[in-house]
Design a protein around this ligand. Structure first.
Ligand code: PLP
Length: 406
């Protein structure tokens, strides 16, 4: 929680997320007042922000002057209200990665023609559930998966997820890079390509979509590497005459720290225009974070404030199990005081914000400048709308939380 260098406020502030009269407001609501009604950890989501993120992305795609479609990646946040709202816009389809996600997408109003499956480790049992739905796009991420589809439904249309061997991720973190130097489990590599195509032929399948997802959280600084990955992915098209759609995956990032430069969507779209020139295919994108991450926050209550040796610990009533992403991937959620006890930044003190799980890594922020806290205050963890609730667990039987879509 640091004011930006220009001294104009906090780096994360925007119209519908800022302090008004000393209280944090989000999507027109007073965050602390809402948290007080929840009696425990509370995820807040802004419907307007999700719609605005989608509209911005669609406008950038329109500027490519190419046919295009968006599939929202359900794995980022499967809140039914969010899904129904997105289905109702008619502006996007949905990316799923398991048979249960398929059932959930259908129940929330997405027609099967607007659902795209890209999963990994798919069993025969999973496959039977997927193949029961004609019109479902199924992207295969292994030769075995191609073979199993051919075994169950020869002649079916399929997509292939390739691994272009180049990737990107937030802060160039290898943990967030799904294709690159490190061998990952995702997609079919160039070295396997001839064998993959032979399986397609032997099983009389038709490849109508090409897919690659090369990493998560890329920002402006990674656009050069992303373009190289895009070019490498598109090379697979040369031997796929029936492909109608190229799905470039998700991974579009957003700022997590002061100083992060947001993704320049105009530059991103112009790279797409350039690389897709002369290719008669539709562009598909399947973002998760880009649509929901900055549209959500996790609000926790302060339970204790105590100095131990050299560290001032501010304990809160929710731990990393409610939002494992910061602990797993090092993607931070900015902690923000909902009602700072002083606006005088000079009076702030360095503290460490600790969750309520018996794991040493359960820290939301270490040695950060924050206003003084007392028991009963609230702290909002920003950018918690993606991979938070969806990845949460009941570790230590502290898995309870509420969700509200404003
Ligand atoms: C295949 C696939 N598509 C899309 C996404 C969404 O990624 P993001 O939320 O970074 O946009 C993921 C995330 O892991 C993925 O694995």
């Amino acid at each position: 929680m640091t004011p930006d260098a220009a001294g104009t406020g906090f780096w994360w502030e925007r119209d519908e997320l800022r302090y008004r009269h000393g209280r944090l407001t989000f999507a027109g609501a007073d965050v602390a007042a809402l948290a007080a009604t929840a009696e425990g950890p509370l995820y807040l989501y802004s419907a307007a922000r999700i719609r605005a993120n989608l509209a911005r992305l669609r406008e950038a795609l329109r500027s490519t002057e190419r046919p295009h479609r968006v599939y929202y990646a359900m794995k980022a946040n499967r809140n039914p209200q969010i899904l129904s709202m997105l289905a109702g816009t008619g502006e996007c389809g949905i990316d799923i990665c398991s048979p249960d996600e398929l059932d959930h997408a259908l129940a929330c109003g997405f027609p099967v023609e607007r659902i795209s499956f890209t999963g990994t480790g798919v069993s025969r049992r999973d496959m039977a559930r997927l193949l029961a739905h004609d019109g479902l796009t199924i992207n295969c991420d292994s030769i075995g998966m191609i073979d199993r589809i051919g075994d169950q439904l020869p002649g079916r249309e399929i997509g292939i997820r390739v691994n272009p061997g180049r990737g990107v991720g937030y802060g160039d973190d290898p943990r967030l890079t799904y294709a690159g130097m490190r061998t990952t489990k995702f997609g079919i590599y160039r070295e396997q390509w001839d064998a993959a195509l032979a399986t397609v032929r032997n099983r009389h399948l038709r490849v109508t979509s090409l897919h690659f997802h090369v990493g998560c959280g890329y920002l402006d600084r990674q656009l050069g590497d992303w373009e190289a990955a895009l070019a490498a992915g598109l090379q697979f098209l040369d031997q796929l005459p029936d492909v109608r759609v190229v799905n470039i995956g998700g991974g579009l990032g957003l700022p997590h720290r002061a100083g992060d430069q947001p993704l320049d969507l105009a530059r991103w779209a112009s790279a797409l225009r350039h690389h897709f020139a002369g290719r008669p295919v539709e562009i598909a994108v399947e973002p998760g974070d880009y649509l929901v991450k900055d549209a959500g926050m996790l609000v926790l209550g302060v339970t204790n404030v105590e100095r131990k040796r050299d560290t001032l610990f501010v304990s809160v009533d929710g731990g990393f199990n409610l939002h494992p992403e910061p602990a797993f991937y090092g993607l931070p959620c900015e902690p923000v005081a909902c009602v700072p006890r002083t606006a005088d930044v000079a009076a702030w003190q360095r503290c460490t914000i600790a969750g309520n799980i018996n794991e040493a890594l359960d820290l939301w922020g270490e040695d950060i400048a924050m206003p003084p806290f007392e028991e009963g205050d609230y702290i909002a963890l920003l950018n918690a709308g993606g991979y938070g609730a969806a990845m949460s667990s009941n570790h230590c039987m502290r898995g309870k939380f509420q969700e509200r879509l404003i």
